[in-house]
Design a protein around this ligand. Sequence first.
Ligand code: SAM
Length: 243
Amino acid sequence: MRIDVVTIFPGYLAPLDDALVGRARRAGRLDLRVHDLRRWATGVHQAVDDAPYGGGPGMLMTAPVWGAALDEVTASGEGAPRLLVPTPAGPPLTQQRVAAWAVEPWLVIACGRYEGIDARVLEDAARRMPVEEVSLGDYVLAGGEVAALVVVEAVSRLVPGVLGNPASAELDSFAEGTGGLLEAPAYTRPERWRELDVPEVLRGGNHGAVARWRRDRSLERTAAVRPDLLDALVARHGPDAFD
Ligand code: SAM
């Protein structure tokens, strides 16, 4: 899979050389390219921003710079990529969206800064490729780079061959294997630590009992923290979802 990230702060993406994503890159499973948007800026100051029409505080990233960058980056491979645009004004990032993107051959992520990007950039790109806005949550970051890190990491771990044991992703919180619910609490050795014991059922070797215990704890946890996920499960599978 190929992912291009366009940003005015390429150094912000340095962690993508480390850990799981770094290994996936070195193993050739992930072709990750980071581009400095200023390469496409013209003029002595290499400005990428200007004052917004209609007034208001802050600056906006300009259409000609982003247009030139996206034209070149999206013409550098086969077919059209899917363009992802981080913005607090977009629909939220979910594991379902991540899973859909993980089977795409090519993603491009456009990182905004300042007050964001001239709206015509997305309108224009949508004439040639699928475009999706994505929000990390109901808060405002200073730029899209952190969102790009999040998307790249979440997508990469679903790319075949990236996780050592692919089954672990199937049983994560939000995954199909857990019915889209939160994962049950987990424990490892030692059995007793600071007078706290690992639940007995997990030590007994009865796989059916372990599966039931995990499902019950998953339901409890989800009901307490994210009741909306239970509603979504019922909406998908009907009232028999818990059988
Ligand atoms: N004026 C914009 C608004 O109110 O919707 C906020 C712009 S924000 C200061 C600058 C950039 O940070 C955005 O263009 C986007 O790339 C990124 N950003 C900020 N918050 C984000 C969030 N919750 N999710 C994804 N990206 C975000």
